[in-house]
Design a protein around this ligand. Sequence first.
Ligand code: ZN
Length: 256
Amino acid sequence: MPAPIRVTIWNEYVHEQQEPSVAELYPDGLHGALAKSLAAPDLEIRTATLQEPEHGLTQAVLDATDVLLWWGHAAHDKVDDAIVARVRQRVWDGMGLLVMHSGHMSKIFRELNGTSGKLHWREVGELERVWCIDPAHPIAAGVPEHFDIPYEEMYGEPFMIAGDAHVIFMSWFEGGEVFRSGFTLQRGFGRLFYFRPGHEAFPTFHHAEVLKVLANGIRWLRPAIDMPFPKTHRPDPLSPIAPKDFKVHNVGIVNP
Ligand code: ZN
């Protein structure tokens, strides 16, 4: 049996401590609920929150993380730039990153996505219908062609995401908007998966299909390789290179 996937679930953990209705849905925080629901023999799960020293993401923790889940909303600007750089480096080296819901405006997502990450939104608790548009993708394994989330916040297009995004899920909302709600990117050696559902005021992280997608995402995000950029960035030639008579003044540059 392969070694377990080392998963760290990071949550800013602000709404749950400030709003009783959110605490009622997630008494142990979103991170606690996810850690419990996603528990499986092939996963070694730990959690980390904004309030911990170094946001719980010390170098040692990140070095021992294969896949990092990220939930943030109210405190994106409280996340230390040095920690963001540390996470980014780990993704470049191979760590998988699963960004959920309002994490689209987190520093780490915007940096790796490469654009503003902006979108339209409306919070009235409307129906979201999630369509699986790439059923052949491993993240869609066992997920039905479409499923409904009865109460969600709406996110609408245009969603400012990178041109190389590979879209797996599309959402339709009761109010009429559509949204690319699940897509992957590769940055350096690391894979990234963004998944939209997960507004803190609704029981989305108790929804079976949502949890199924997250569980599949974690497995797909496991690093294929995990190492810094190879030390051979100035390699010796593999075969002899014949001497050339290049001289800068003899190559025929014609001045206009
Ligand atoms: Zn939200």
